[in-house]
Design a protein around this ligand. Structure first.
Ligand code: UDP
Length: 382
């Protein structure tokens, strides 16, 4: 530690599941809670260290999600205590050397894993000289067996439901903490005047705003959903965020529009978009859902990855914060109800806000610091 700072190594991969945004949020929170105290580093385990073809996982992931049933099969066949161990035994020799190199090249005072597939490989590799190891789970409920290795010092989960799963998979109850999914600071401190953002973007003040977010890559059947809403002509504004999918943006612009609408590509202003909107129509990404909770938005979820994201949907529905609408006409039904019935919209909005965990990243930063013996000075009021 030449700088005298403690080193935190975050292991993630760009394979959806909100791993990158959760990692960024924790690094941001470390800096805010403990200025100039930690050196945080994030490593994409797949892209930076694993041999081909695993190295290409971040590139393979987006097209793979277009075949959800294949995804579901591989998810199910590897889930479960015994099965997941068998798969790992099979794969470990293949990745062992890479993981050893990762461990050697990135000395740290604590390792924080934000990806299900690295836990066991890492913990096996450092058997002899263990570094404190924490897992931060980014699935809301249906957390795959790969997330849980009992050798982890601590497992942070987003919900009580996920805690049950962790314990079922053998994590000692004392090593599981329910905190929440880490989200960016800017969601915690919403803009003072959401209407100012509407004005700046030219959105009408007098109509409810339906925000449609297709995820970072604009994946999923977003086009059909937007078309169906437009054809239903609700008395509302539609705002669509297409992520990095430019072709989708163009196709949406070219629709025969019946309602006020605004089409965007990838935005770095998601907190402002959410604060200025009245409902969120999206796929079941854990990051977007958690951010929607913080903004108190009723949710309409139109697609999910079977297995991995089933629990995210189930959680939203159980908490009455939104609805599952896999068919465009179901999206239209939900949107129409919330446009026409402000009381119903308000109820869903309150339910959404009730399950929000805006301080999760800050709390995880405290936990990380605590594990490496850094204690916060009297907390500044924030
Ligand atoms: N996002 C963003 N700008 C965009 C689209 C998405 O900042 O134009 C962010 C969004 O706020 C969320 C993340 O990208 O933090 C997507 O994470 P999520 O877990 O919802 O989906 P996945 O990682 O599975 O794509």
């Amino acid at each position: 530690e030449p700088s005298g700072r403690k080193r935190v190594l975050f292991l993630f991969s760009d394979t959806g599941g909100g791993h990158r945004s959760a990692t960024n949020a924790m690094i941001e929170a470390m800096g805010l809670e403990f200025p100039d105290t930690f050196d945080c580093k994030m490593v994409d385990v797949f892209r930076d260290y694993l041999p081909a073809p695993l190295r290409y996982a971040p590139e393979i992931y987006p097209p793979m999600t277009k075949f959800p049933e294949t995804w579901a099969i591989s998810y199910r066949t590897t889930d479960g205590k015994r099965r997941s161990r068998a798969v790992i035994r099979l794969l470990f020799p293949y990745v062992a050397r890479s993981i050893r190199r990762l461990y050697r090249e990135n000395p740290a005072d604590i390792i924080v894993s934000v990806h299900p597939l690295v836990n066991t490989a890492m913990l096996r590799t450092m058997k002899k000289h263990p570094t404190p190891f924490m897992t931060v789970v980014t699935d809301m409920v249906t957390t795959h067996a790969f997330w849980f290795d009992r050798r982890a010092d601590l497992v942070v989960v987003p919900t009580d439901e996920a805690r049950e799963v962790a314990i079922e998979y053998g994590i000692p109850a004392g090593n599981v903490r329910v905190v929440g999914l880490p989200t960016a600071e800017r969601f915690r401190v919403p803009p003072a005047d959401p209407m100012a953002f509407r004005d700046a973007e030219g959105w009408r003040r007098d109509l409810p705003v339906i925000l449609v977010v297709g995820g970072g890559d604009g994946m999923g059947p977003m086009e059909a959903v937007v078309k169906a809403i437009n054809e239903a002509e609700p008395n509302a504004t539609l705002v669509a965020i297409c992520g990095r999918n430019e072709a989708l943006q163009e196709r949406l612009r070219a629709l025969p529009w019946t309602m006020p609408h605004h089409i965007y590509g990838f935005t770095s202003q998601m907190p402002e978009f959410m604060a200025a909107s009245d409902m969120l129509v999206t796929k079941a990404g854990p990051g977007t859902i958690s951010e929607g909770f913080i903004a108190g938005l009723p949710l309409v979820i139109y697609s999910r990855l079977p297995g991995q994201e089933d629990g995210n949907v189930q959680y939203v529905v159980d908490q009455k914060a939104g609805v599952w609408a896999p068919r465009p006409h179901q999206v239209v039904e939900a949107v129409r109800r919330w446009v026409n019935d402000p009381a119903a919209r308000q109820a869903a909005s309150e339910a959404s806000r009730r399950v929000a965990k805006p301080n999760a990243a800050r709390q995880i930063a405290q936990i990380i610091a605590d594990r490496v013996g850094v204690f916060s000075p009297a907390r500044r009021s924030a």
